[in-house]
Design a protein around this ligand. Structure first.
Ligand SMILES: *Cc1c(COP(=O)(O)O)cnc(C)c1O
Length: 373
């Protein structure tokens, strides 16, 4: 801290907070790539965009932006509740699921409370608890980059206040099976809230085969699943996510921890339309899943070890420090996400885009990196 900051008094938990890499601004990326056309494969966006019905809603409401949105997004929550087959008092909408991760941390944590998550992890599952002064215990994935269910079960049985797991996992892409999740839920003691971040649920191979919330309800576990319109539904720029909670009480605590007008009016309306056009979303998901498997095979053919993915990205061992590879790819006009977490700094996460994006990425990778062996 510089001396001009010596007089500032602030929440001490913010002094050493890890940085969340939210990607590059257009200006930064343009400078780094010397003005080449950019291929953006760092943020897991859906390049096919949202349903045309969602775009029409945003256009139609533009003249009404002088009005405040519904504070609790009642119309949207009603649509989500009907879609999920739940009572509306179990549904919370947020300004992206990132806002819901923050709300969970505000509502359930205090200095010294413990949180369990995994390594490698989604940054906000660590940053938001740390901002509340919580301690974060990270359970490493196995060497094959699967969930270490036995180690997680022990960590959960110790009774943390919150558990944050993403499945499909960001950044890895692997999933908890029904049996794995049931084993973890069986270990949850009273006083622990289990949060399953399902940002990529729509990409799961068995997306229709089992319902995590139903499993949690059967196990009588306090549980929240997080969903987002940013990934499969193609609405990342509008900022809209939601939570399904195991009880009205958990949902009410989360709602209380959100700012009063948390979700903007355009996002609320677009999300209702996107949810109603499931065929559009499913068609883009199927296209992306096929492209994911093609891209994974192309990386494997080049000798890279690629983690099993049921999401719209791949996590692979670049066999050298990933930040160097990412910088070289950027000079070729391709933006990927080098992982910076200890133990995983040779891994790159690359979003699955359109086929031409894969071709540009692979061609650039071939130019900048010859894998050893
Ligand atoms: C992208 C992502 C989010 C954030 O989604 P928003 O709804 O855009 O805030 C949350 N969790 C995981 C695991 C993600 O990958």
């Amino acid at each position: 801290m510089s001396s001009s900051h010596a007089r500032l008094r602030f929440n001490p938990h913010f002094a050493s907070l890890p940085h969340y890499n939210a990607g590059m601004s257009d200006a930064e990326a343009g400078r780094a790539s010397a003005g080449r056309g950019l291929v953006r494969l760092a943020s897991n966006e859906n390049p096919y965009g949202p349903s045309p019905a969602a775009i029409a809603e945003v256009a139609a409401m533009a003249a009404a932006v002088w009005r405040y949105p519904e504070g609790k997004a009642d119309a949207l929550r009603a649509a989500i509740a009907a879609h999920a087959g739940l009572a509306i008092d179990r549904v919370v909408a947020g300004n992206g699921s990132e806002a819901l991760i923050a709300a969970l941390s505000r509502a359930f944590l205090e200095p010294g409370a413990e949180v369990v998550t995994v390594a490698p992890s989604f940054g906000l599952h660590e940053i938001e608890p740390l901002a509340q002064g919580a301690r974060v215990v990270k359970v490493a994935m196995t060497p094959a980059l699967e969930f270490d269910v036995a180690a997680l079960r022990d960590a959960i049985a110790a009774g943390p206040r919150l558990v944050f797991l993403s499945s499909p996992s960001n950044p890895v892409g692997s999933t908890l099976s029904r049996e794995d999740l049931a084993r973890l839920l069986a270990a949850v003691p009273r006083g622990t809230v289990f949060v399953l971040d399902e940002a990529y649920a729509e990409f799961r191979r068995d997306a229709d085969a089992f319902d995590p919330l139903a499993l949690a309800l059967a196990a009588e576990v306090d549980f929240v699943t997080l969903r987002t319109f940013s990934k499969a539904y193609g609405l990342a720029g509008l900022r809209i996510g939601y939570a399904l909670a195991s009880s009205a009480q958990v949902a009410a605590l989360m709602q209380a921890a959100l700012t009063p007008f948390n979700v903007n009016a355009a996002a609320q309306r677009a999300a209702v339309a996107a949810l109603a056009d499931e065929p559009f979303m499913r068609a883009t998901v199927a296209t992306i899943a096929a492209e994911r498997d093609r891209l994974a095979a192309a990386l494997v053919a080049r000798g890279y070890a690629v983690a099993r993915s049921e999401a719209n990205f791949l996590f692979f061992d670049a066999r050298r420090e990933a930040d160097g590879i990412a910088a070289a790819l950027l000079r070729e006009g391709v933006i990927v996400k080098p992982w910076t977490e200890a133990g995983y700094t040779r891994f790159v996460r690359v979003t699955v885009g359109r086929p031409e994006h894969s071709e540009a990425f692979l061609a650039a990778l071939d130019r900048v990196a010859r894998p050893a062996g």
